[in-house]
Design a protein around this ligand. Structure first.
Ligand code: SF4
Ligand code: ZN
Length: 311
């Protein structure tokens, strides 16, 4: 049914007939702003509940880069949180030290946490290893995302533990999950593909949860846009070295021609994780002999990296 308010060439919302702002190819629905916001928040709540990601009394550390995924994550979690009595949020921003990029996103993160009244902590690579990413990368730019990823995970985990968090929530969306599935397949890295610390609670790990894993990047952008929360921020200058950037554009083309491709890849990732749970494919864990952090070999990635960087 087309609502009288819907302009002739704009599809009508499948729920109310108002002008639609997005088309969901898998469910084949058009949604207006109000129904998109409801739909996204409902699906995030289902993801959390189905996987038991949040419990009453939890303190969730939200990895807040200030970009659109983590902004949407913090907004949605702050709305959903009353469902878990006693649960609260702390936002953690990691300043990698990337000139011309981080200042704007940190400012956006500060403004958002101020508006939502969420405790906000900023930690940096400089605090962690004594230097900015830009300095660490001199001559090693092609390894930017690997080095950045290892140090960011460590900085985030340490800050979350210091803040008394019981879990870390990251803004990974459905596109990220589909990209990870392909990237790990391309690298032949099955253990990484099936590694899932999201639901298990152990003394070794702070569980990492991905409440946005069923929501596409496009839906997140539209979710923010219709609420006036979307801002254009600079892109990290090292993105061009990332395998993820190539996989991302490959998948975008496939999704265009074959709608639902990303959903199917993300579904496959979940099936493989379920199938491999408890099998020898999952690496056994030890403590790093240098820093004591959990790791799969004798020495953890962070300590290995410190040695190679001379830190
Ligand atoms: Fe770090 Fe790579 Fe992301 Fe830049 S694109 S912030 S270097 S992981
Ligand atoms: Zn270590």
């Amino acid at each position: 049914m087309k609502h009288p308010a819907a302009p002739v060439d704009v599809p009508a919302c499948s729920c109310c007939g108002e002008p639609a702002v997005i088309y969901q190819p898998v469910s084949r629905r058009h949604l207006c702003g109000i129904h998109l916001v409801r739909d996204v928040e409902k699906r995030v709540a289902s993801t959390i509940n189905e996987a038991g990601q949040i419990h009453a009394g939890d303190r969730i550390a939200v990895a807040l880069s200030g970009g659109k995924d983590s902004t949407a994550l913090l907004v949605i979690l702050s709305r959903l949180l009353p469902a878990w009595p006693g649960a609260d949020l702390v936002a953690i921003t990691v300043d990698e030290g990337i000139a011309g990029y981080r200042t704007d996103t940190i400012r956006a993160a500060e403004a958002l946490t101020g508006r939502l009244g969420v405790d906000h902590r900023i930690v940096s690579f400089r605090d962690l290893v004594g230097a900015d990413l830009d300095t660490l990368l001199a001559g090693r730019e092609t390894e930017a995302c690997t080095i950045c990823g290892i140090l960011r995970k460590k900085a985030l985990t340490d800050a979350a533990r210091t803040a008394g968090a019981t879990a870390i929530a990251t803004g990974h969306n459905l596109d990220d999950e589909a990209q990870s599935m392909l990237m790990n397949a391309f690298r032949g890295d099955l253990p990484r593909l099936v590694r899932n610390t999201g639901t298990g609670r152990s003394a070794l790990f702070l569980p990492r949860i991905k409440p946005l894993a069923a929501v596409t990047e496009k839906e997140i952008a539209a979710y923010l846009f219709v609420q006036g929360l979307f801002s254009v921020l600079p892109e990290c200058p090292y993105t061009r070295y990332a395998l993820r950037a190539e996989v991302r554009s490959l998948l975008a083309g496939l999704e265009d021609r074959h709608p639902g491709t990303m959903q199917h890849l993300a579904d496959n990732k979940k099936s493989i994780e379920r199938y491999c749970a408890g099998t020898p494919v999952m690496e056994s864990l030890h403590h790093c002999r240098e820093c004591g952090d959990p790791c799969s070999g004798e020495i953890c990635q962070v300590c290995r990296l410190r040695h190679s960087l001379g830190k």
